[in-house]
Design a protein around this ligand. Structure first.
Ligand SMILES: O=C(O)[C@H]1O[C@H](OP(=O)(O)OP(=O)(O)OC[C@H]2O[C@@H](n3ccc(=O)[nH]c3=O)[C@H](O)[C@@H]2O)[C@H](O)[C@@H](O)[C@H]1O
Length: 435
């Protein structure tokens, strides 16, 4: 009755009839309320079903973005800012303070740990997407947390979040490693490459150009920009206008975008062309990683060969060598020259190959794995598919050597031994296996 009284006391809207106090009207009102509640529940249910359909469905990208935005909305608060400041604080007052994007990724984890070890302030950023098993990213996050590196969970496309981070910490450097990796996956999910490698990169640079002081930026390009180039070894001066995959095209576009932001806004930018990086805590989508998993499982592994039984080879580069290259690039990066979106003078713009200068045929990689795992691989020789793969990569590293003493020291045999040791200790002897 008191409820009815409340409704009855509500001023009537002009032009609408007033509710009268009859038992019939009361019944009608209760019935309408029940209808409203029912249809609201149906509506909420439909929204829920729409956004949480399986990732393989057509709404893959939108549901993924939705989940990401849900996650990014959880940041904020004094405790959160305190964690950020503690993580980003360098050991000495004039030390480097680095924002590492893609910090829960393979290279990101190793670079973050190395920077922290030598006393730099490091803050990580990662969206923990499910391109490959996110539990591996969580394990890397735990590893970093133990060494004092906090990872903010957000997407590089979140400009509000990025600006907030720069308000909390005046980063001297950004090590931009967040990206959609993988050459072959670009045919399955092209928009994810545009989202991360183009839109995400631009968003990062937009924020970096507008803050004061502007940070210096070092970012991950790729050996794949050499595409169909046949002149070996690949030198930074060689043509890079024939990408063989959308992945390569987005990395090449990134290099041009870097030029623009350097030219207009005075951002100091260094691009690093990584050559097939491998090692402990690596990426399960890469051949050396899933070959290991499948050899242990007794599954056959597809080994590509070029036309006329041509050898397919890669300049496989061990992670510790890549880390040294990243640190060298950061240490020799000059300051950006702009402030608050205005260029004050010319700024540094560089690009370096970071490879091993020693290409190895994929079939030799498999032979090394067979010896280390003590299991014979079931080799399935296949024609190199026309989906982005190139036949051969080989880095000329003289520029990085000259600029910051880059000198890789780990051969494939030694590097794979360390990888296999890690793999077996992480997944167990085939009992728990990589996905
Ligand atoms: O340097 C880069 O810029 C890129 O390196 C890496 O690409 P790739 O060099 O293609 O590495 P990866 O897939 O491990 O294939 C290795 C070899 O195995 C051959 N390969 C591959 C798959 C297969 O089933 N069979 C096979 O023979 C294949 O033909 C190839 O010869 C990164 O993934 C990429 O993100 C990017 O960083």
């Amino acid at each position: 009755m008191s409820q009815m009284k409340h409704i009855d006391n509500t001023p009537s809207t002009p032009g609408k009839f007033k509710i009268e106090k009859s038992p019939y009207n009361r019944l009608r009102l209760q019935f309408s309320l029940a209808k409203i509640i029912f249809w609201s529940l149906v509506f909420v249910g439909l929204i829920f079903v729409f956004f949480y359909r399986s990732p393989s469905s057509s709404s893959h990208v939108s549901s993924d973005l939705f989940r990401r935005s849900l996650r990014t909305s959880s940041y904020g608060g004094p405790a959160w800012e305190k964690k950020i400041k503690a993580s980003a604080k360098p050991r000495s007052s004039n030390g480097m303070c680095v924002l590492v994007t893609g910090a829960a990724g393979f290279v990101g984890t190793h670079v973050s740990a190395a920077l922290k070890r030598r006393g730099n302030g490091v803050l990580g950023l990662d969206n923990f997407n499910d391109y490959y098993d996110p539990s591996l990213k969580r394990a890397r996050q735990e590893l970093l947390e133990r060494s004092g590196v906090y990872i903010v969970e957000a997407d590089i496309n979140d400009a509000t979040l990025l600006k907030k981070l720069f308000e909390i910490v005046a980063f001297t450097h950004v090590m931009h490693l967040a990206a959609q990796a993988g050459v072959r996956y670009a045919m399955e999910n092209p928009s994810s490459y545009v989202h991360s490698n183009i839109a995400g990169l631009v968003n990062m640079l937009e924020v970096c150009k507008s803050v004061n002081p502007q940070p210096s930026i070092v970012w991950a390009s790729s050996s794949s920009v050499y595409g169909l180039n046949t002149k070996v070894p690949f030198s930074e001066r060689d043509r890079t206008d024939q990408p063989a995959s959308l992945y390569a095209a987005t990395k090449k576009a990134g290099e041009e975008i870097a030029h623009t932001y350097n030219h207009i806004y005075g951002l100091s930018i260094t691009g690093l062309r990584f050559f097939t990086v491998y090692g402990p805590w690596g990426r399960p989508d890469m051949a050396y990683f899933f070959f290991t998993r499948d050899i242990l499982k007794g599954k056959s592994i597809p080994i590509f060969e070029a036309a006329n039984h041509g050898t397919v080879a890669r300049d496989f580069t061990y992670i510790d060598d890549i880390v040294k290259g990243c640190l060298g690039a950061l240490d020799t990066a000059k300051k950006s020259t702009g402030s608050g979106g205005k260029k004050k003078g010319p700024a540094q713009l560089r690009v370096f190959n970071l490879g091993n200068t020693s290409p190895v045929p994929v079939s030799d990689l498999v032979s090394i794995l067979e010896k280390l795992l003590k299991v014979k691989a079931k080799r399935l020789i296949m024609k190199l598919p026309r989906n982005g793969d190139v036949q051969f990569t080989h880095a000329n590293i003289s520029l990085a050597q000259k600029e910051f003493g880059y000198k890789p020291t780990t051969d494939l045999q030694t590097g794979l031994k360390k990888f296999v040791r890690w793999y077996l200790s992480y997944y167990g002897n085939g009992k728990k296996s990589a996905q």
